[in-house]
Design a protein around this ligand. Structure first.
Ligand code: SF4
Length: 368
């Protein structure tokens, strides 16, 4: 049925540029290569999980090097993942993904999953700016038919809570209410993902709110998950460096939100400091690690302070072939009425101008 109202999701299978920029994603979706988190499960790391943080991070760095070697061998067909026995991987050590889970649990004790770096012990009931507790809460989960054409149908898991306070958030009731939804275990999520894949999901899409405060749950879920399905990290990209390192080797596609070209706008509309430095850094890291789809939500009256600098930065730093979605979905919701300049819809002329900027700066792989 979805093929009828999203014919673009079929047409994109023949889209040369989409295939080029998301080559490995297509290969995983089409069953030709395993998802990256499965490769991480097959990388042995020789370390005891009881050692210091520093020793665990050193082991993680070694593990990532091994991951990249194994990934290259798997992708070139020199090694078949099914020939690497999981029992052998775990004897005498642990897998890279086990180690990531352990490191995420340690971070939770003085939370620095995002660059707010609250330092609170979420395992002791403390909460930071996002308000998310130790246990993740799921606001909803469903097969999403409204995402970018290449992702549809996308099995989407919405976590409650967010590291930002976007004043115009369309999901305010989820993002600003971290206690909404239901508590969910990694085992349940893993089984839901396995079912969704049988039902035709092209990927699993971790979003919110924001997935970053739930990174421990995401890693544990992927460690439980037995099917090969592309893992999408659908985020504002305000992750800490440590969170980015944990995402390396398990994320197939970073589906990013790059909204602001100015820190003043980010502070005013999302109440977040140092936006551009953090988000730009994480885009570079994500691009070096895996594949990327960038979303840029065009805000009314923000074309010169945000749209132009963001799109220019993308082309200058990541090139013109990165898949980019220039979005006109802005609605003045939630608290937007407090900001007269954005308390209205985007005009057709503003959106046309944004597309013109995208073409002028050299973006060649725009989501139609
Ligand atoms: S994830 Fe939440 S608690 Fe952790 S550093 Fe970010 S805002 Fe603070």
């Amino acid at each position: 049925m979805w093929r009828v109202f999203r014919p673009d999701s079929i047409a994109v299978l023949e889209d040369r540029r989409a295939r080029k920029s998301l080559a490995r994603y297509f290969a995983v979706m089409e069953g030709r290569l395993p998802a990256r988190f499965l490769v991480s499960k097959h990388v042995p790391v020789s370390v005891k999980l009881s050692v210091s943080d520093e020793e665990l991070w050193s082991a993680h760095e070694r593990g990532l090097k091994e991951f990249r070697k194994l990934l290259a061998n798997v992708d070139s067909g020199r090694v078949k993942l099914e020939d690497v026995k999981l029992e052998d991987v775990k004897k005498p050590g642990v897998s890279l993904l086990d180690l990531k889970v352990k490191l995420a649990r340690r971070i939770l004790k003085s939370c620095h999953f995002c660059e707010r770096r609250c330092g609170v012990d979420r395992t002791a009931g403390k909460r930071g700016v996002c308000g998310v507790g130790e246990r993740s809460r799921m606001a909803s989960e469903f097969m999403h038919y409204g995402e970018e054409s290449v992702l549809v149908p996308s099995y989407t898991i919405f976590f409650a809570g967010c590291t930002f306070h976007c004043q115009f958030c369309q999901n305010w009731d989820i993002s600003q209410f971290p206690d909404s939804g239901v508590e969910v275990s990694q085992q349940t999520l893993a089984r839901l993902i396995e079912e969704a894949q049988k039902d035709g999901a092209r990927n699993v899409n971790f979003v919110g709110g924001e997935p970053t405060p739930n990174l421990h749950t995401i890693l544990e879920t992927l460690n439980e998950c037995k099917v090969s399905i592309p893992s999408i990290f659908n985020s504002n990209m305000y992750c800490s460096m440590e969170a980015m390192e944990l995402l390396f080797g398990v994320t197939d596609v970073y589906l990013t939100d790059f909204k602001y070209g100015s820190n003043e706008c980010a502070l005013r509309y999302s109440k977040v400091p140092n936006y551009f430095e953090v988000v730009a850094r994480n885009h570079r890291l994500a691009f070096a690690d895996a594949e990327l789809i960038i979303r840029h939500l065009v805000l009314p009256a923000n074309l010169e302070c945000c749209t132009r600098p963001v799109l220019e930065w993308v082309v200058r730093n990541l090139g013109g072939m990165v898949r980019t979605n220039v979005m006109n979905q802005y609605r003045a919701e939630a608290m937007a009425y407090n900001y007269p300049e954005i308390s209205r819809r985007l005009t057709a002329a503003e959106f046309e101008k944004a597309l013109e900027i995208a073409r002028d700066v050299g973006l060649q792989n725009l989501e139609p």
